[in-house]
Design a protein around this ligand. Structure first.
Ligand code: HEM
Length: 436
């Protein structure tokens, strides 16, 4: 262990509580294969890295997003990138990918820093309890509007945040999550419906303006122009709105949860926080565009937080034809369920899986890992298109938070992770914030 890396305290990283929330028995963390019947579907829980590699990459054409999930999602995400398959998916991914490339994401560093600086300036002085889950959500929501939609005031107004939150919350609450852990974005409470309407109407108006002016100077303008170059106008508009909603849904709560769990892990580690604060203060003094590159320790902590609390705790696929995975027969129509949450704490693949040990991700220690044992962003062609964006965003937000306040745990039981669409703490994340 390097001398400037303080020892970490691991005992609070609970597994059982979350495990019972999911309904998977404790042995799931020991076995690599388990088959269940769920509401008429055969579901295979696969925690074997080679088999996962076959599903996500080597035999990828045989494993699509389950038809049932796509049907449920269509009401909200339409036929946007997350919910598309085949040629339509390939075409949209080709259009969207360059706007999330490392070079393009570097250009988002400044607006990200600006949003978090304004947030920190609003925090009360003195020692105060704060719900860091709510703070994280407010930061990521502001960042999506600032980076992808040119900071349009219709999306950043306080009322807009209420509408968007209502719609996204409904996605998280949907009953059908019991079946597949996925949201039913279509039906929902009247607030959620109003929220969904607001989001689609506002984003539709933005798409029309960008199409009229041909403006390409922000992410959404570029996307609208690219879609219009490829599809007839009505379809291009529909896909622009579908993708705009998709980026809101896929890109805000996942990152918010990554921030929440990371700051929770750090709240229990005053010494480690101090080390990271020094790193953050030094990095914040330099060029914003390369800020994340100057935060190697914080990056290792983020990677470890994404291992223990993966914000997307499960990925599902449906077999298009019979196959064999890790010696087990998979029939056409079976569902294959890959749980990063289980895989990341599996005793066969990790040493002391429940321990918080960020050094796993520093330097050489990462080299021995199997390519498919750590999947916070998925893998293969459907790997998270926003992965680089999310990492840069999380590092910049965390660096600003750490530079501004000390975080400590409040009394009471540790927060229980609830795995619905994302892995979020039940009841928020109340922490104590003190001046530095
Ligand atoms: C896909 C995780 C942030 C947009 C995915 C997948 C995972 C994931 C696991 C693959 C799902 C599957 O294979 O079934 C995460 C995590 C994030 C994050 C953990 C934050 C820590 C973001 C951000 C954006 C985004 C910031 C955009 C602004 C998407 C989209 C897809 C996706 C559009 C679908 C890609 C496709 O199917 O081609 N994400 N994501 N994500 N993510 Fe993320």
């Amino acid at each position: 262990r390097s001398r400037d890396w303080p020892p970490v305290w691991t005992s609070f990283v609970g597994r059982r509580a979350s495990n019972s929330v999911y309904g998977w028995p404790d042995e799931a963390f020991d076995i690599a294969w388990r088959t269940r019947r769920v509401l008429g579907h055969t579901v295979h829980l696969v925690s074997e890295p080679d088999a996962i590699g076959r599903v996500l990459l080597d035999n990828k054409a045989n494993y699509e997003r389950p038809a049932l999930v796509r049907r449920l999602l269509r009401g909200g995400l339409g036929d946007g990138l997350f919910n598309a398959e085949g040629e339509s998916w390939r075409e949209q991914r080709r259009i969207v990918a360059p706007t999330f490339s490392p070079a393009a994401v570097a250009g988002f560093a400044k607006p990200i820093a600006h949003v978090v600086q304004e947030q920190v300036a609003r925090w009360p002085a003195g020692t105060r309890p704060m719900d860091m889950a709510a703070e994280a959500t407010s930061a990521t929501m502001g960042i999506i509007a600032a980076t992808l939609f040119g900071g349009d005031s219709r999306l950043t107004a306080p009322a807009a945040a209420g509408h968007i939150t209502a719609m996204l919350d409904a996605a998280g609450r949907a009953r059908l999550t019991a079946l597949l852990g996925m949201p039913a974005l279509g039906p929902g409470s009247s607030r959620a419906r109003a929220g969904g309407r607001f989001l689609r109407d506002t984003l539709g108006a933005l798409a029309d303006e960008r199409a009229r002016t041909g403006g390409r100077d922000d992410f959404f303008g570029g996307l609208v122009a690219a879609l219009h170059a490829r599809y007839p106008a009505p379809q291009a508009r529909e896909l622009a709105v579908d993708n705009a909603v998709t980026f809101y849904v896929a890109g805000h709560e996942t990152t918010a949860n990554a921030l929440t769990w990371t700051i929770y892990l750090l709240a229990a580690q005053p010494l480690l926080q101090e080390t990271l604060r020094v790193e953050a203060l030094a990095a914040l003094g330099g060029d914003v565009e390369t800020l994340d590159a100057r935060l190697p320790r914080l990056r290792a902590v983020l990677d470890e937080a994404l291992r223990l609390y993966p914000p997307a705790p499960r990925l599902d696929r449906e077999a298009m034809a019979d196959d064999e995975l890790a010696g087990h027969a998979v029939r056409r129509g079976d569902l294959v369920s890959i749980w990063p949450y289980v895989l990341h704490r599996h005793r066969a693949w990790w040493d002391q899986p429940d321990a918080f040990d960020p050094e796993r991700f520093l330097g050489d220690r990462r080299v021995g890992m199997h390519r498919y044992q750590y999947l916070p962003f998925g893998a293969g062609p459907r790997v998270c298109v926003g992965a680089r964006f999310a990492v840069v965003e999380a590092l910049i937000v965390l660096a600003h938070w750490l530079a501004a306040r000390r975080f400590s745990l409040r009394g009471g039981p540790p927060p229980v992770p609830v795995g619905r669409v994302t892995l979020r703490p039940a009841g928020g994340m109340p922490l104590e914030l003190a001046p530095v």
